[in-house]
Design a protein around this ligand. Structure first.
Ligand SMILES: Cc1cc2nc3c(=O)[nH]c(=O)nc-3n(C[C@H](O)[C@H](O)[C@H](O)COP(=O)(O)OP(=O)(O)OC[C@H]3O[C@@H](n4cnc5c(N)ncnc54)[C@H](O)[C@@H]3O)c2cc1C
Length: 395
């Protein structure tokens, strides 16, 4: 098969890249190793600010499992504070139905003219005379795809990055290791996303409860990879379920990793761009990566349009993508990486003080910087010790 662009991986990043490239008139193929796009889900499905998604794409009703008004944070000493989030006056966040969402994005790519191949796994790449050759297994048959340009959107375990020798191996401290249950329970508060902190509950991370409507919720845990041993996320999640939601019925279990490394050195090479988790573009503090994958996917697809049409897919030509994402989402990733390193220094006492000090404060329309400023005013000694004044200036 000969195409202008081959996109490997039909998650949000890959589908949006394929859509944007096809819209600019290119012949595009989108490869997905799984037989059903969007399944199995490896995500808590949260988008914290509705307008961020709406600004990028027309949101379809069947993509949304629930709408939440804000977050509730629980400190290690069992105190909690609820905060409504109302950026741009649009209310809080969405909990997506990612199965429908991922499929919906792939459908839009197909509608724009991209060819979608499911149950098609890329197995390797070689470059000859300026052209990439991908060997793939498509529904059991060998398939060779020839393309001047490849977009690697193959997620956290990206092989494309490794095949193209783009130095993408993640160290344990640069991964959030996660386990999650989809649960049915009567006691789920459907209004808030909840976060539970503490070094006994989730060392270097947190437990989340994201309500999915009805009596359903995603209940999961994310731990800093370097502070966790194999099996620990599930063991701690089971402990949490036992103490907080003893009657919950578990309907599904997922495990997975999220890159929290901050910026990757290069996400482009001759004839290659990486997007989304493959490019480590998820938020290093929260682990959220859906919005950034979509943004980067659009930028990569648009750059592909220009590069292929002009017959120049060199690293220099693809720099437009590198520059665009670094000057937008890249800046945010850099700030969040600093915030993550601050968070990792907190003891349980620090967390108790910080969360307690938010009682009665209206933080509904604040961003991270605003929230840290409020915390700093309430806890100057503690946050001075942790170097937060410095951090706020750089946020
Ligand atoms: C437990 C957990 C909870 C999370 N919760 C949230 C959350 O609440 N909010 C949020 O914003 N983010 C969350 N994330 C992160 C989010 O899921 C990712 O950042 C996001 O999916 C990245 O999109 P992507 O398109 O880059 O990659 P992915 O969505 O991972 O898609 C990659 C695709 O590539 C395919 N693929 C891989 N290799 C090949 C191959 N060789 N050939 C063909 N296809 C291939 C895969 O099958 C997959 O479909 C969570 C992650 C985990 C693990």
């Amino acid at each position: 098969m000969k195409v202008d662009v081959a996109v490997i991986g039909a998650g949000p990043g890959g589908s949006m890249a394929a859509k944007a490239a096809a819209e600019s008139g290119l012949d595009v193929v989108l490869l997905e190793k799984r037989q059903e796009i969007g399944e199995p889900i490896r995500c808590a499905e949260g988008v914290s600010i509705r307008s961020e998604l709406r600004d990028l794409i027309k949101v379809q009703p069947d993509w949304i499992a629930a709408e939440v008004n804000g977050v509730r944070m629980h400190s290690p000493n069992n105190d909690n504070v609820s905060m409504t989030v109302d950026r741009k006056g649009e209310g809080g966040g969405y909990i997506l139905e990612r199965k429908n969402f991922d499929r919906g994005l792939a459908l839009q790519a197909a509608d724009s003219g991209a060819k979608v191949l499911v149950k098609t796994r890329a197995m390797g790449l070689i470059r000859k005379e300026g052209i990439w050759m991908i060997s793939a297994i498509c529904q059991g048959e060998h398939l060779q795809i020839v393309a001047p340009l490849i977009i690697g959107a193959d997620g956290v375990e990206s092989k494309v990055a490794r095949w193209a020798e783009m130095g993408a191996r993640l160290k344990p401290e640069d991964i959030m290791v996660c386990a999650q249950y989809l649960v049915l329970d009567d006691c789920i508060d459907q209004e808030y996303c909840q976060f539970f902190f503490g070094n006994k509950t989730a060392p270097g991370g947190y437990v989340w409860i994201f309500p999915k409507g009805g009596r359903l919720a995603n209940v999961g845990i994310g731990l800093q990879g370097s502070q966790s041993i194999p099996g620990e996320p599930l063991m701690l999640l089971d402990r949490f379920m036992h103490s907080r939601m003893p009657r919950a019925k578990i309907l599904q279990m997922v495990a997975g990793g999220i890159p929290t490394s901050g910026l990757m050195n290069n996400t482009t090479s001759d004839g290659i761009m990486l997007v989304g988790d493959a490019a480590h573009q998820s938020d290093p503090l929260t682990g959220g990566g859906i919005i950034n994958a979509i943004r980067a996917g659009v930028m990569a697809g648009e750059t592909a349009g220009k590069a292929v049409s002009s017959g120049d897919v060199s690293t220099a030509a693809l720099n437009e993508y590198e520059d665009r994402w670094r000057s937008s989402i890249g800046k945010q990733i850099k700030r969040r990486y600093r915030a993550k390193n601050f968070f990792l220094k907190l003891t349980d006492d620090d967390l108790n003080h910080l969360i307690g000090s938010l009682h009665g404060k209206d933080v509904s329309s604040m961003n991270t910087r605003g929230l840290l400023s409020v915390l700093f005013k309430q806890n100057p000694k503690l946050l001075w010790r942790l170097g937060v004044s410095n951090l706020i200036e750089r946020l």
